[in-house]
Design a protein around this ligand. Structure first.
Ligand SMILES: [Zn+2]
Length: 399
């Protein structure tokens, strides 16, 4: 027999975990409802995405919340701080022995005796049985965030890893009404229209690794891609909106967390000459274009006579890259030395990382914000190389 762990004997988290993936008719869910005080103070329902997920939220005066997708429990939340639409906050000491609502991450770790993991850099969580408990803090970093008392806002228990789900972000005021439904599901033109408005008001931003919103219908109409997808990130809740047009099926519209969105399959986008209008082709010819790359090290793009070179470097723990326009000497070096010259240049840039002041590449780095021209070199460059990145190659391999 296995010895019960401390989180099982000294917390009520098992009551939350046991309800996962079951329905309101199930005993385990009823037990959770009872633990939250019986009758919910409010029940809110809405549709999410296309194909539609029916979201149902039971909120209790005790500060508890149960979230169901299409009738099954996907998560439960213990609200430690008042949240929009939620009528109360929990007394955390009743749920986890030995902690208060002012608990820090270390307090929670000690009380539950579980190792803390991280989803991305910002979401600490622990594995509890067949579920996960994510600790939500008002500030997301370690300094003044989870290290100081008073910043815990809630504990979110889900069946999926926190990196793959976000049940508490689906009522974001900035991005929740961007889908327009028509007769057959997504009204594609109207939805693209709304997304474009949201992009121009800077509520959301396009991810240049994917098909751009303006190209989506033309690529789809060409029939050259099995699935053409645009991805857009909400600046408020950080969810990724994926609008996907299928060659052989209805369009879909969904909200995803970053880890999930990144892994979505996509074929290479065919050359613009095969699907673009004359105007669009002319635009592409005037834009930066991919020339060459060395996996994991550098990329080269061209625009007119200008060569743009992007080389990776690492600064301690973090990897970054510097984007420069080759100067006269470097262009000559490339003309005569080709790829081996670029490899050397990448090495030189790695030795004097552009992220450090004093590096000769610091002021040349076009990806640094606040460039005097205001031009988005990094975005243009990313768009030019999108079919050739490691991620794109991984995705293409799987499709
Ligand atoms: Zn949002």
């Amino acid at each position: 027999m296995t010895v019960p762990q401390r989180w099982e004997t000294h917390s009520l988290l098992p009551v939350l975990v046991d309800a996962l993936s079951l329905t309101e008719a199930d005993e385990e869910v009823q037990r959770l409802v009872e633990a939250f005080g019986g009758e919910p103070a409010s029940v809110a329902e809405h549709d999410l995405g296309e194909p539609v997920t029916r979201v149902r939220k039971l909120r209790f005066s005790s500060g508890g919340e149960i979230v169901l997708y299409d009738g099954a429990v996907v998560g439960a939340i213990l609200h430690v701080k008042p949240a929009p639409g939620c009528p109360g906050v929990v007394d955390l000491g009743q749920w986890i022995a030995g902690v208060t609502n002012a608990a820090t991450l270390d307090d929670l770790k000690a009380a539950l005796e579980l190792p803390v993991r991280f989803a991305g850099f910002s979401s600490p969580y622990v594995a509890v049985g067949h579920g996960y408990a994510r600790f939500r803090f008002a500030r997301r970093d370690g300094s003044g965030g989870w290290k100081d008392p008073g910043n815990l806002t809630g504990i979110v228990v889900t069946g999926k890893t926190p990196g793959l789900t976000m049940i508490d972000g689906d009522e974001c005021p900035r991005c929740s009404d961007l889908l327009v439904r028509g007769e057959g599901g997504v009204d594609v033109d109207a939805t693209i229209g709304r997304l474009e408005v949201a992009v121009s008001s800077r509520a959301i931003e396009e991810d240049a690794h994917w098909a751009s919103l303006g190209d989506l219908t033309a690529i789809h109409a060409s029939g050259l891609m099995e699935r053409a997808e645009s991805q857009l990130r909400c600046r408020t809740c950080r969810r990724i909106i994926c609008l996907t047009l299928y060659r052989d099926g209805p369009a879909t519209f969904g909200y995803h967390v970053l880890d999930d969105a990144m892994r979505r399959p996509m074929e290479s986008i065919p050359p613009v000459e095969q699907w673009g209008s004359a105007e669009r082709i002319a635009m592409a010819q005037a834009a930066m274009q991919y020339v060459d790359h060395e996996p994991g090290s550098w990329f080269l793009a061209r625009q007119g006579d200008t060569l743009y070179f992007d080389a990776r470097y690492s600064l301690g723990v973090a990897d970054d890259s510097a984007l420069i326009a080759l100067n006269g000497e470097e262009r000559e070096g490339y003309r005569t030395g080709g790829r081996s010259y670029l490899a050397e240049l990448a090495k030189r840039m790695q030795a004097k990382p552009a992220g450090r002041r004093g590096s000769p590449y610091y002021s040349r780095d076009l990806s640094r914000r606040g460039g005097e021209s205001g031009r988005d070199y990094r975005g243009e460059f990313t768009a030019a190389i999108k079919n050739h990145t490691w991620r794109a190659e991984q995705r293409a391999r799987r499709t």
